[in-house]
Every structure is written in C-alpha cells, then in structure tokens.
Design a protein around this ligand. Structure first.
Ligand code: SF4
Ligand code: SF4
Length: 177
C-alpha cells in the first residue's frame, strides 16, 4: 500500500471567490509571492456566473494530443462540452499553460511546503470547498498482479488448466534455456 495525497472538491461549497487561484499563482511565482496571476495557477475555476455554478479544476498531466472527445455535460439544464472540466494542458487550448513560456502547468500539491502543512489552495479556501486527504492505495505491483490473475483465469477457462500449465512450462524452458 502507498500513501496518496489528494484534494477532495465539494462543488456545492465553492462560491467563486478565486482565492485558490491567487495563492497558487503567487506561491509558484519567481521569486515566490512576487506576483499573482490566475492564468499561472494550477487550479482554475470553470464557471457560469449567471447560474452561480463554479467548479474548481486542478491541473493534471500534460497531453501531447487532443482527445477528440465529443462528450457533453448537462448541469442544471445548461450544456458544457468535454473540455469544460478537463484537467489536462493540451494543444487545443491555453488553459494550464504558463502564459509567458507556454510550458504546461501541473498541480504539485505545493511540494515545497513544510511537512504536515496542507496545500495552499486548501488553506485559503474559507468555504471548505477544498479538503486535503491522505489515503492508502494499492501500489502498481499489486494492481499488475491482479490484472495478470484475471488474464490467467480467463485463459484457464478457455483452454483448460493443463494446456496453460504446459504452455507456461514451455515458455519457461525457452526463456531460461
Ligand atoms: S477558494 Fe474555495 S470557494 Fe474560492 S474559488 Fe477556490 S475553491 Fe471556490
Ligand atoms: S495544491 Fe498547491 S499546487 Fe496544487 S492547485 Fe493547490 S495551491 Fe496549486
């Protein structure tokens, strides 16, 4: 098991104050706290001010390609396209890219903060829309083993245990000489 750091988002509690964008961009400015520019923040608000709908979105991984997604979301009767709540910096938009350098931005959970201190956007969110959590998750090795077990089980069902065992023995012989 490994420890995963995460931020839980309660959209219903977000009031659109954008304090999270301000503190995140200020913390990552060079020098630190020398400026605040929401476009450089690793958390951004997808918002619809008319309906008072605010969705904080944390910057995720950079992706080289557009996903060609065609999904739509309908919230309170209003349609949003698939990019509206996406976390990726991608070629099709400027979101989550540094406006000066063009480099992608990714939430780093404020990794330079002292141990035990909560991420800054969580600290600055006075509405409790952002909550810091740590949880235990299975490591990749456990997940890979489970996937292999599922694959082997299905092969045994399809070909029988003896055939699978004979094949594994042959592969072992071929690979180990
Ligand atoms: S600080 Fe909290 S309430 Fe304000 S915009 Fe960010 S998530 Fe929403
Ligand atoms: S956890 Fe830190 S780096 Fe990530 S969005 Fe919040 S303030 Fe920015």
């Amino acid at each position: 098991m490994k420890k995963i750091k995460a931020i839980e988002i309660d959209v219903d509690k977000c009031n659109g104050c954008r304090a999270c964008e301000v503190i995140c961009s200020a913390f990552h400015a060079a020098p630190k706290y020398s400026s605040a520019n929401p476009e450089k923040s690793r958390i951004r608000l997808a918002f619809d001010p008319l309906r008072q709908m605010y969705v904080p979105v944390l910057a995720g991984e950079y992706t080289k390609f557009e996903c060609n997604g065609r999904d739509t979301y309908t919230i309170d009767g209003k349609k949003y396209d698939e990019c509206s709540f996406c976390r990726s910096a991608c070629p099709s938009r400027t979101l989550f890219k540094d406006p000066d350098s063009g480099l992608p931005l990714k939430c780093d959970m404020c990794e330079e903060l002292p141990d035990g201190e909560e991420p800054l956007c969580v600290q600055w969110c006075l509405s409790d829309a952002l909550t810091y959590v740590e949880r235990e998750e299975e490591g990749e090795d456990v997940q890979t083993r489970k996937e292999m077990e599922v694959g082997l089980e299905s092969m045994v069902k399809q070909h029988g245990l003896k055939t699978v065992m004979d094949t594994l023995a042959r592969i072992k012989k071929e690979t180990t000489g």
